[in-house]
Design a protein. Structure first.
Length: 139
């Protein structure tokens, strides 16, 4: 009988630990344009050249999503992938040529590290996700 009680207590403890480490259900919000994102992480607004705009959110799938304006009209939401657990940060700098705007986005991954993607210029493809280390980032 003592062994049965011990097994029940052990199973209860293991079940309790599983519940304790499971992530809480995140609340979601809806953007203009119908995008669903994790409310806690908000919307990152990013100003582009010639008055155009870009937005980044962490979707309910924990991927980074973006949309942008062209001629003042918003695009549809597009996934940039990833599996992040923080607000998306966006920074930009002019490239060495001085004519293109390089943009880097970053967010914390499930491993606790900062991860980033880089777009070398407007209209160009984003690089794959890479882990940032001290001193790494756009120049």
């Amino acid at each position: 009988m003592k062994r049965v009680k011990a097994a029940i207590v052990a199973a209860g403890v293991v079940a309790g630990l599983a519940v304790a480490v499971a992530p809480a259900q995140a609340s979601t919000c809806t953007t203009e344009g119908g995008g669903v994102y994790i409310c806690e992480y908000g919307i990152t607004n990013h100003q582009l050249l010639r008055g155009e705009k870009e937005q980044f959110v962490v979707g309910s799938d924990y991927a980074v999503w973006t949309r942008w304006t062209t001629g003042g009209k918003w695009s549809s939401w597009a996934s940039l992938g990833g599996n992040v657990r923080s607000r998306v940060e966006a920074v930009h700098a002019y490239t060495n040529r001085g004519t293109d705007l390089e943009t880097q986005i970053s967010a914390q991954g499930t491993d606790g590290n900062q991860w980033a993607r880089l777009r070398p210029g407007l209209g160009q493809a984003w690089t794959p996700w890479r882990a940032l280390v001290d001193g790494d980032g756009p120049e």
